[in-house]
Every structure is written in structure tokens, then in C-alpha cells.
Design a binder for this molecule. Structure first.
Ligand SMILES: Nc1nc2c(ncn2[C@@H]2O[C@H](COP(=O)(O)OP(=O)(O)OP(=O)(O)O)[C@@H](O)[C@H]2O)c(=O)[nH]1
Ligand SMILES: [Mg+2]
Length: 201
């Protein structure tokens, strides 16, 4: 549940970017950080990275205006995707209000996507949360690789693998180019804020 501070009339909304290692979670946040500079009061915080791998998390605070006299602060986080960092992933997931699952479109990553989604479900269950009633958007990232002749999975295959039961909104995207990065973020913010509003009423 989002953190509400009645004195400051402020609601903090936590959105977590989840997915397999090297899928493009950090790249999503980097793009958002560049693109929405004006609305971000603080610099993006990247905690402990080794090369370009996330070892702890990235954090990006974001102001999206007011709802019913409360200012809404959106906080975007990424988890470390590497399998061995599951304890950290669980820590970052705690108190999550909305999820973006960043899947890697590369053919070779098919199995990793499915395993990471399964891992997300299991981790949510440890907090008595179900993926089916948490706001969720799927992103099929790295679509640009097709132009370079690198084999990628079709959107239909990815939908079948990951979204046949979830039926979450999904976007084909390229985080390096910025294609559908903002659309993904706007969708998850809209879903999450909408669901919180219902809970608050
Ligand atoms: N071609 C292409 N490369 C991408 C795209 N998104 C990310 N990458 C590259 O993929 C690599 C991994 O991206 P990251 O954003 O660090 O991935 P991550 O999901 O944060 O990885 P972890 O922190 O290990 O979980 C980097 O070299 C990125 O430049 C994309 O849309 N297209
Ligand atoms: Mg990362």
C-alpha cells in the first residue's frame, strides 16, 4: 500500500521495474531521467553498480501533480535481474504498488524471461500479494535488435509465453532508442494511481 503522509498531504507511490538481468530496466530509468528532467526534483540514484549491472537498485523520484489535494510522488525502482540477487529483489519489492515487467526480446533470452516472471510471482507471494491483483504492465524490450539482424521473439510468442493468463497491457519497446518507454511508464502510473484511488475511497 502506498505511503500516505496526511500532514504533508502527500502520497508516495512505489513502482518497481522487474525482469531478467540485462533486460533493460536501468536503461528505461535512464531514459526517463533524461526525458523528464524538469519534473524530477532529485537526481536519479543508482546504488552500487558493477559495470552496468545493477547490484542493489536504481531509484528515481518523480512528481506527477495533485489528486484531491494530495501531491502524488511516484518512485521508480529497478531490481537487480541476476538470479543470485533474489534477497535484494525481495527487499526492493516490499510495499510495491505497481509493476513493469521488462522482458528481453532476444531469442536467446526466452527461458530467462519466463523464469524471471515466475520468480516475481513467487516473491510477491511471500508478501501475500498476487500478481493478478497488482497493477502490471509488460514491456517487450530491445525490438530495435531486429534491424541489426539479431533473432528476436515475435510479440505473439512473448504474449503467449508471459501474458496469456495475466492479460496485462503490453508494449513493444526499445529502451535505448526510447520507443514506448514513456508510454510504458505512463500506463503503469495511470493503472497504479487509479487502483490506489479506489482503495482510498
Ligand atoms: N539493443 C538494445 N539494447 C538495450 C536495450 N535496452 C537495454 N539495452 C542494453 O542491454 C544492456 C543491459 O541493460 P540494463 O538496462 O543495464 O539492464 P538491466 O535490466 O538493468 O540489467 P540488471 O541490472 O543486470 O538487472 C545494456 O548494454 C543496454 O545498453 C534496447 O532496447 N535495445
Ligand atoms: Mg539494472
Amino acid at each position: 500500500m502506498a505511503l500516505i503522509n496526511p500532514k504533508k498531504k502527500e502520497v508516495q507511490v512505489k513502482i518497481v521495474y522487474y525482469g531478467p538481468g540485462r533486460g533493460g530496466k536501468t536503461t528505461n530509468l535512464e531514459y526517463i531521467n533524461k526525458k523528464f528532467k524538469k519534473r524530477i526534483q532529485n537526481e536519479m540514484v543508482t546504488v552500487k553498480t558493477y559495470g552496468d549491472r545493477t547490484l542493489f537498485f536504481d531509484f528515481l523520484p518523480f512528481d506527477i501533480g495533485e489528486i484531491k489535494g494530495h501531491s502524488i510522488k511516484v518512485q521508480l525502482y529497478t531490481v537487480p535481474g541476476q538470479v543470485k540477487y533474489n534477497a535484494t529483489r525481495r527487499l526492493v519489492l516490499r510495499g510495491v504498488d505497481g509493476l513493469v515487467f521488462v522482458a528481453d526480446s532476444m531469442d536467446l533470452r526466452r527461458e530467462m524471461n519466463i523464469r524471471s516472471l515466475q520468480n516475481l510471482k513467487e516473491n510477491l507471494e511471500t508478501f501475500n500479494k498476487s500478481i493478478f491483483n497488482t497493477p502490471l504492465v509488460l514491456q517487450y524490450n530491445k525490438r530495435d535488435l531486429e534491424e541489426e539482424g539479431i533473432p528476436i521473439l515475435s510479440v505473439e510468442t512473448m504474449q503467449r509465453d508471459m501474458n496469456s493468463r495475466l492479460k496485462a497491457p503490453s508494449f513493444a519497446a526499445s529502451a535505448v532508442k526510447g520507443d514506448n518507454v514513456a508510454a510504458t511508464m505512463k500506463k503503469i502510473i495511470a493503472l497504479t494511481v487509479g487502483s490506489l484511488r479506489k482503495k482510498l475511497e
